[in-house]
Design a protein around this ligand. Structure first.
Ligand code: ATR
Length: 473
């Protein structure tokens, strides 16, 4: 039997799992490794054994025995039933106080369920979001662990060490109990959808309104990346747009089919937002824009529909590009504001006590939405931890103030010319909605009371009212 020497273990030696194990080993931790089929474990030792101290185990029992108490075992296998099976196997071999960590992209409700079941058995269960893909797992991801404070005391220092660091600060913190970590990771992905869609709309505007080439637009993004939009996604956009397809010599994006795929975390975010009643319209538009792009028969059938557009010519291309940049920044602020309101609401409903400023801080490095802009969010929540609306923070309202006229010009331009920019346009509609003194919901309440006796409240008196509608006007 193996000696209990390893600081931590990882089971599941596909790319994410082996990269996480290598990251741990490179950072000086003794890492037990295991995979259902032993070949993958052997491969890690053979190819990367010199990177640190690995303790390969063939059986799950040997794997567990290799871990020093209280044991910490990370699971990185296929999401769903496979994860449940591995959790069960591990739990049956472990002792009270040991910690099982799921670093897969699990649905946070599964994490809540698993945490409760594992707690019953006297063990800790940590559902942890890990962002940054394969590269991040190896070189420093953004890590979002949930679970008990006790489990974080054991696990946190290791995760903080292997996470990305920005200004010396780790991109990892204890998010909150049970499903909090996976919930925050889900919203991170939703925001990523919104960010990507907004960038794509900016590209589309420059392409269709100004007839710019992909490479020329790539140069614009390169320029934008030197300002407040400085971020990983803007940076890679500049690269992707300037990339040439070696086969045809054409711009890479001009040979790529315009149908976006999705793995579901955007849809999860939208579902959860709808359930708790937080309007995350930016994320929703981004998710549905991907669905629309992939709706092939519908797009074929829709192709000849009347346009009714006006031929608006752009008098000053440089001014137009600056308008697009400002509209992009304003819409991005809306999408993030909405995402953070969603985390806050879920945190309140589930008693998670998530520190919103800390979430922005741990997204500054390692993950796909890493951006200079996240510092502004952390600062906003430092100014006011109870801030009810991120957009109302002085920095954000000031920036939107500088951008809102550009934003309106771009949205009107697209309405007149027929360039679809759903995320820009609906973000502006949300902005106008949230700042409106009055909304037409009074009429909705009247309609509801008319057909369903749903009652309404009045502006001039306390209480709940119902009108007897029969016939009279
Ligand atoms: P992906 O689509 O992510 O590549 P996969 O290759 O089927 O998914 O599985 C990823 C990891 O989960 C692998 O380490 C895999 O183990 P094997 O190498 O033995 O296939 C592991 N995995 C998948 N299903 C599992 C199960 N039911 N029990 C244990 N491990 C499992």
């Amino acid at each position: 039997p193996a000696k209990a020497v390893a600081d931590i273990g990882v089971t599941g030696m596909a790319v994410m799992g082996s990269n996480l194990a290598r990251n741990l080993a490179r950072n000086g931790f003794k890492v037990a490794i295991h995979n259902r089929s032993a070949a993958k474990t052997e491969k890690v030792v053979k190819e990367h054994g010199d990177e640190g101290e690995f303790f390969p185990a063939e059986s799950m029992a040997d794997f567990v025995n290799a871990l020093s108490a209280p044991r910490v075992a990370i699971i990185m296998v296929k999401a769903g039933p496979a994860t449940d099976a591995v959790i069960d196997e591990l739990a049956s071999l472990m002792d009270p106080g040991d910690i099982i960590v799921d670093c897969g992209n699990s649905n946070w409700r599964d994490t809540v369920r698993r945490e409760a079941a594992i707690r019953e058995r006297g063990l800790h269960f940590v559902g942890s979001g890990v962002s940054g893909g394969e590269e991040g797992a190896l070189n420093g991801p953004s890590i979002m662990p949930g679970g008990t404070p006790e489990s974080y005391r054991r696990l946190g220092p290791m995760f903080e060490k292997i996470s990305a660091h920005v200004d010396g600060v780790p991109c990892c913190t204890h998010v909150g109990p049970d499903g909090a970590g996976h919930f925050v990771k889900m919203v991170h992905n939703g925001i990523e959808y919104a960010d990507m869609q907004l960038i794509a709309e900016a590209y589309d505007l420059m392409r269709k309104a100004l007839g710019m080439s992909a490479a020329e637009i790539g140069k614009v993004f390169e320029e934008w990346n030197r300002g407040e939009l400085d971020s990983y996604l803007i940076e890679i956009t500049a690269d992707v747009l300037q990339h040439v397809d070696p086969k045809t010599g054409k711009a890479f994006v001009d040979v790529v089919l315009d149908r976006a795929s999705q793995k579901g975390t955007g849809a999860w975010t939208v579902q959860n937002a709808a359930e708790v009643g937080v309007p995350t319209t930016g994320i929703a538009e981004a998710t549905f824009a991907r669905s629309l792009s992939g709706s092939v028969p519908e797009r074929q059938a829709g192709r000849g529909l009347p346009a009714g557009t006006e031929d608006v010519s752009v008098a000053d291309p440089a001014a137009f590009i600056e308008d697009v940049r400002r509209a992009l920044y304003a819409s991005k602020m809306v999408a993030y504001s909405q995402g953070f309101e969603l985390i806050r609401k879920a945190s309140e409903e589930n008693g998670w006590n998530v520190d919103l400023g800390a979430m922005a801080r741990i997204w500054r490095g390692g993950c796909i939405i890493r951006a200079v802009f996240l510092n502004r969010i952390t600062e906003a929540y430092e100014r006011d931890p109870k801030l009810p609306l991120l957009l109302a923070d002085p920095y954000f309202s000031g920036e939107i103030g500088k951008s809102v006229e550009s934003w309106r010009r771009i949205v009107s331009f697209s309405a007149l010319t027929g360039v679809p920019i759903p995320a820009f346009a609906s973000s502006l509609a949300y902005y106008d909605g949230v700042r409106a003194a009055e909304l037409p919901a009074n009429l909705i309440q009247g309609q509801r009371d008319f057909f369903g006796a749903h009652t309404y409240k009045r502006v001039d008196r306390e209480g709940t009212f119902h009108t007897l509608w029969s016939g009279d006007r």
